[in-house]
Design a protein around this ligand. Structure first.
Ligand SMILES: [Zn+2]
Length: 99
């Protein structure tokens, strides 16, 4: 009765290899982003953790690295934005005065 319970290690290896090579079960980048931000729960979170950490999908880990870099960028330039907006409104005010 134990024959049906155990997954053939060879088969498991094949499945993992196919996953990595064909990216059959790669989650959408939006899902990766939710996972990064801690917005996933239950099965979806488990699946992402398995996909990224256990099967170490190089594609999704690369996407994740990109998303992390983008988040860092998004956090950093808040002051720049403010300065830009100030500059733009100053320019607009100057134009109005000249016109
Ligand atoms: Zn993947």
């Amino acid at each position: 009765m134990t024959e049906n319970d155990a997954i053939d290690p060879k088969l498991a290896f094949t499945v993992a290899t196919v996953w990595r090579e064909e990216r059959i079960s790669c989650p959408h980048p939006h899902l990766l982003q939710s996972w990064l931000q801690g917005g996933l729960q239950g099965g979806a979170r488990d699946f992402l953790a398995f996909h990224l950490q256990d099967s170490k999908c190089p594609y999704c880990n690369a996407v994740l690295d990109d998303l992390r870099a983008q988040e860092d960028l998004a956090k950093a330039p808040k002051l720049e934005d403010l300065r830009d907006r100030l500059l733009r409104s100053t320019v607009a005010a100057l134009r109005k005065t000249r016109a």
